[in-house]
Design a protein. Structure first.
Length: 111
């Protein structure tokens, strides 16, 4: 963890967040600036800057995050209606907070 990372501060309890899931490897909390009716962030507890920083040893936590997605989507009521997963990588890819995270977004009404 790093001292200047907001996600590390949230994980350590030094900054507030509305958690919906937490264990020793990952946390999930509501985005404070949602871009959809439902917008949560899935974040590994270990500070990993981005996808570009992933190493073989991170395989288990990344796999867990992906598999946990369907459970989180179910708890949010959007598993069957559909949702998006977004990972921004680097400044040019729209990454603003340099702690790897997956945006799980959905909740739009059908047209």
């Amino acid at each position: 963890m790093t001292d200047d990372c907001i996600f590390c501060k949230i994980i350590k309890g030094e900054a507030s967040a509305n958690f919906i899931y937490k264990d020793e490897e990952m946390v999930v909390f509501h985005n404070i600036k949602p871009s959809a009716p439902i917008h949560v962030l899935m974040v590994p507890v270990e500070h990993i800057e981005s996808v570009n920083s992933l190493e073989e040893r991170h395989g288990a936590v990344i796999s867990k995050m992906m598999i946990k997605t369907k459970e989180i989507a179910q708890s949010l009521g959007i598993r069957d209606s559909g949702y998006k997963l977004i990972i921004n990588v680097g400044t040019g890819g729209g990454q603003v907070i340099f702690h790897l995270h997956i945006h799980l977004i959905g909740g739009w009404e059908k047209a």
